[in-house]
Design a protein around this ligand. Structure first.
Ligand code: AMP
Ligand code: MG
Length: 416
């Protein structure tokens, strides 16, 4: 078991173990794939556009029509092409020029298209070209957007409605996605009262980690299969571990009972059931007593310290990282922003600071908020992300560039 490891080492250990896990996949209709992670490449069954077509309402000119227009002569219109007309109809029309609508197929003989704003339609069935088109103007060539049989979306991408637009147009009607990761969560602590059963009695507090973890795991696209609270005894913790092992989960997260207190039973319980404890304690603030283990059946286990902000940070960064690795998602990279205020920080300890990115006149700035202690939840309502500073840096001054991660990790998933 590793102890007091660095943030980077912790991510490295998680990657090593999470990359050995794989999730089952399922084929679903495209609309149902939104929010899920693509498991197999999506391949275009059609070129986009599927045929040369017109980008404007106007007139399509042949080579002879174009030379007539260049001489300043009106061109006679041999017919009309609308969206939905076949290529055979388009190629069957002969002449100098044809009236054409947006999306209509362009005849093989077409030189260029003149948009309606650049011509005059005359009463005698001719058109006067007021502005000469460049060669190929307003013709959308076949395959210029998407090429048939090309991989248009790679595995690991979380599907968003914009993807559905491009996939559907190229004939992809179904997608192979990862089945939702099956997770278990539990909070520990005799002092806790279920939010649905309050109010807390003397010496008690509401259990906020459990609703948080439920919400966060769902926002990560997981299915929360086991959701419990256990008391501060070794027996109860062992009972919980045995239950999750029977349920065959991908990942389990508990909060509390991983520090140095007399009632911190997570580690002894993991040892009692024969789990492999990979590491305990990361040189970071908040959330230092983070524990990562592998249960005997292969399930990943995260023991998060119970302070509310420690639970948020460790879930947001380490648990999310494990889920990303398991689903082959592109790994998150930070946005670099300039600091608005000074930050005091000891060297040798990584910090996660509740922060707010503000769009100012001179560009975006990021501010570390007041109230950084791990029990202080009020700033969670104001923040929109985290400033993350590694062990290697010391205090920072206003104006310096820092790494910023949005509260919602998916917010950055497409910037890499
Ligand atoms: P622990 O990690 O169990 O030592 O708990 C650290 C601090 O977090 C203590 O003040 C606990 O009361 C608090 N805490 C632990 N679990 C929760 C929870 N589920 N909801 C709210 N606070 C908690
Ligand atoms: Mg506790």
């Amino acid at each position: 078991m590793l102890q007091f490891i660095s943030m980077a080492q912790a991510f490295g250990e998680i990657e090593k173990h999470a990359s050995r896990q794989s999730l089952p996949t399922v084929l679903v209709p495209l609309e149902e794939a939104v929010g899920r992670v693509l498991a197999e490449p999506a391949v275009a069954t059609l070129s986009i556009p599927p045929f040369d077509n017109s980008a404007r309402d106007g007139v399509v000119l042949s080579a002879s029509g174009l030379s007539a227009a260049t001489r300043g002569s009106p061109v006679s219109l041999a017919g009309e092409l609308r969206a939905g007309d076949s290529l055979e109809v388009a190629n069957g029309i002969e002449g100098d020029a044809v009236r054409i609508m947006t999306g209509a197929p362009v005849p093989l003989w077409a030189e260029s298209i003149v948009m309606i704003e650049d011509l005059t339609l005359n009463a005698d069935g001719t058109a006067t070209i007021n502005r000469l088109p460049e060669s190929g103007a307003w013709i959308r060539p076949k395959g210029s957007d998407i090429a048939e049989m090309s991989v248009i979306l790679k595995p690991g991408r979380q599907i968003i409605p914009e993807h559905v637009q491009a996939l559907a147009s190229s004939g992809v009607v179904e997608a192979v996605i990862n089945v939702k990761p099956r997770v278990g969560i539990c909070s520990t602590g005799e002092e806790l009262v279920d939010v649905k059963l309050g109010p807390p009695g003397s010496g008690q507090i509401y259990d906020s980690n459990r609703p948080f973890m439920t919400a966060m795991m769902r926002s990560f696209g997981c299915d929360v299969v086991v959701n419990e609270h256990v008391g501060d005894t070794l027996d109860e913790m062992v009972g919980f571990l045995n239950r999750v092992m029977e349920t065959s989960l991908d990942l389990v997260v508990s909060s509390g009972a991983v520090s140095m207190g007399s009632y911190d039973f997570v580690k002894p319980a993991l040892e009692a059931v024969g789990a492999d404890i990979v590491f305990h304690k990361v040189t970071q603030k908040p959330g230092k007593p983070l524990l990562f283990a592998i249960l005997p059946n292969g399930t990943l286990y995260f023991g998060l310290p119970g302070n509310p902000v420690s639970t948020v940070v460790n879930c947001r960064f380490y648990v999310h990282y494990a889920l990303s690795v398991m689903q082959h998602e592109p790994l998150e990279t930070p946005i670099r922003f300039r600091l608005e205020n000074d930050i005091e920080k000891p060297q040798g300890l990584a910090v996660f600071l509740k922060a707010r990115c503000i769009r100012g006149e001179g560009g975006a700035l990021v501010r570390a908020l007041e109230g950084q202690e791990s029990f202080q939840t009020m700033p969670l309502l104001e923040m929109n992300g985290w400033i993350v500073l590694s062990e290697h840096v010391g205090s920072m001054q206003a104006g310096e560039l820092v790494n910023f991660y949005p509260s919602n990790p998916r917010g950055l998933s497409d910037i890499f």
